[in-house]
Design a protein around this ligand. Structure first.
Ligand SMILES: *[C@@H]1O[C@H](CO)[C@@H](O)[C@H](O)[C@H]1NC(C)=O
Ligand SMILES: *[C@@H]1O[C@H](CO)[C@@H](O)[C@H](O)[C@H]1NC(C)=O
Ligand SMILES: *[C@@H]1O[C@H](CO)[C@@H](O)[C@H](O)[C@H]1NC(C)=O
Ligand SMILES: *[C@@H]1O[C@H](CO)[C@@H](O)[C@H](O)[C@H]1NC(C)=O
Ligand SMILES: CC(=O)N[C@H]1CO[C@H](CO)[C@@H](O)[C@@H]1O
Length: 492
């Protein structure tokens, strides 16, 4: 069977099944504590951006389920949901994609067929709309190209630039590993607690190599030590398995000799694809969440006395602003990035090791939406803002021109001026309307409809939000392991 790009994307969604099929020697205990970076879907020029968006969305549901200890929806259920979504795309005349009934074939590759050409996206020649409103042409290019936009070199101490993946779907920093030290690009993820890169002998679930990435092992590093202890991490978007190792790690010029982390000997296609913009993930939640049962780099740096406190701070840059001033700071906050008068400290209410805080209230253009008792997991590794279905409806009902596509996804005018604000500890943090208009439905019409960056998490109920980059781009975000607190402030 000719495997289409669409099926490749589904393959990652169906990872537990393909792992069985390939008999990869993973320990099968599922601890239920896992995460998924949403940006893992390799962007393809030949895939309609709204379909890519839908993959982000589906994966986010799996991530939210795992994070909150709920049952992860089966691939079949997710395929059913996808079918509804494909239908809605089809109705909009953008793509013709379907599948027969949502049944899986033989616990192997999903029985997915394309009923027509997957829509080809011709990268448009984009000009800014004369009104200056609408989706950013630069961001539209990034959607089409899955580009990695390098950050400026930060001047602040103990800091690394955060490169922007695609249209703000993820944030990547470069660290050094091994002897001699070599550069590795890592996704910076406050929603997981393990660090890994590919092993020299890494194979992909499809038994090929792990793509055009930088790898770590005895051949490339004289300080590499394999502890022979296996680890496995299942992300909503894929999985890795390998060995816990020790090797030297340099983060923002701070060297940890013999840091304990992982090399992946097996990676799902999500991670091994050469189109994936990073070589591994640095989890920066608390180490009680670590599958490798080891300290995170920031905890390790604090323990070694290289930084005073186990603090990590994020300034996520918005591609449309064209400033490329994203930055991650270890051991403190970069006072030049935020307004100190707006800084609030939030207690972590999550016992598993995620960063989760109580939301006082939610408003749209200053009008309170009456959503109380909500909490938000603050997760740089999630692209979107995922909220329970009722909350998603309440929010979009207040946005003029919003359309409920059913089953979690909404569209809003790309020109929306609606501003959603979340209040933490008495301080309101507004989301830029450009972040709510996440991606254009039609890349050739930047003033038409956009897919909303706020989607409904359909798994379980509860009052838990998963606040990814759609929200976090709008704040200075800092975490403190020792105090078990988070801080938010308005950006300068
Ligand atoms: C996207 O790719 C096109 C060529 O296909 C190139 O001209 C353009 O500069 C790229 N845009 C970005 C943001 O990388
Ligand atoms: C397997 O991996 C290779 C190289 O990474 C890639 O070119 C190919 O498309 C993959 N095939 C499948 C079925 O995933
Ligand atoms: C929100 O306020 C802006 C001006 O600040 C206005 O242009 C926009 O129409 C308002 N949106 C809603 C949904 O009230
Ligand atoms: C863009 O979308 C808007 C809203 O749907 C529509 O009014 C307009 O005609 C579209 N423009 C183009 C060039 O398709
Ligand atoms: C409104 C709508 O289309 N809801 C659908 C969501 O998906 C389920 C299947 O998972 C359908 O049964 C619903 O009809």
């Amino acid at each position: 069977m000719q495997i289409t790009p669409f099926i490749l994307l589904l393959g990652s969604l169906l990872l537990p099944i393909t792992l069985d099929a390939y008999a990869i020697p993973l320990t099968r205990e599922q601890t239920g504590v896992v995460t998924l970076p949403l940006k893992r879907a390799p962007m393809r020029r030949d895939l309609h951006p709204q379909m890519l968006f839908r993959m982000h969305n589906v994966r986010s549901h799996q991530r939210l389920a795992r994070m909150t200890g709920r049952e992860v929806p089966s691939a079949e259920v997710l395929l059913d949901r996808l079918a509804v979504r494909e239908a809605s795309i089809t109705r909009r005349g953008s793509a013709r994609v379907g599948y027969p009934g949502g049944k899986l074939a033989n616990n192997n590759l999903p029985n997915v067929v394309t009923t027509g050409e997957i829509a080809h996206v011709d990268i448009p020649v984009l000009a800014a709309d004369a009104s200056g409103k609408g989706f950013s042409p630069v961001s539209a290019q990034a959607v089409a190209n899955n580009s990695l936009t390098p950050a400026n070199t930060p001047s602040n101490a103990n800091s690394l630039g955060l490169d922007i993946e695609g249209n703000d779907v993820g944030y990547i920093a470069t660290v050094q590993m091994g002897t001699p030290p070599r550069d590795f690009k890592l996704l910076m993820d406050s929603g997981s607690a393990d660090l890994w890169v590919g092993a020299e002998q890494c194979i992909s679930v499809n038994a090929s190599d792990c793509g055009n990435h930088v790898f770590l092992g005895q051949q490339s590093s004289s300080s590499f030590v394999d502890t022979q202890t296996p680890f496995q991490i299942t992300y909503g978007s894929g999985a890795v398995a390998g060995n816990v190792i020790t090797d030297n790690l340099v983060v923002a010029g701070l060297q940890i000799s013999g840091h304990t982390f992982g090399v992946a000997t097996e990676e799902s296609q999500d991670f091994s694809s050469s189109q994936t913009n990073f070589d591994g993930i640095m989890g920066l939640a608390q180490s009680i969440l670590s599958q490798q049962q080891t300290l995170t780099p920031v905890e390790s740096l604090a323990k070694a006395g290289l930084i005073q406190e186990a603090i990590v701070s994020f300034k996520l840059s918005r591609l449309a602003d064209q400033k490329n001033d994203g930055e991650i700071t270890f051991g403190g906050l970069d006072a030049s990035k935020f307004d100190a008068n707006t800084l609030v400290t939030i207690n972590n209410v999550n016992a598993q090791g995620f960063w989760e805080g109580g939301i006082d209230s939610v408003s749209l253009n200053g009008t309170d939406l009456g959503l109380t008792g909500r909490t938000a997991i603050l997760d740089t590794g999630t692209t979107l803002l995922i909220v329970p279905p009722g909350d998603a409806q309440a929010i979009h009902q207040a946005i003029p021109g919003a359309v409920d596509l059913a089953n979690g996804t909404f569209t809003i005018p790309c020109t929306t001026q609606a501003s959603l604000a979340l209040t933490f500890r008495g301080r309101s943090f507004a989301i830029d309307p450009r972040d709510i208009a996440f991606a254009p439905v039609d890349l050739n019409n930047l003033t038409g409809d956009c897919v909303s960056g706020i989607t409904a998490g359909q798994i379980g109920g509860g009052n838990q939000w998963l606040a990814g980059d759609v929200f976090l781009k709008n704040v200075y975000f800092s975490t403190n392991v020792g105090k078990n607190t988070m801080q938010l402030a308005k950006l300068t």
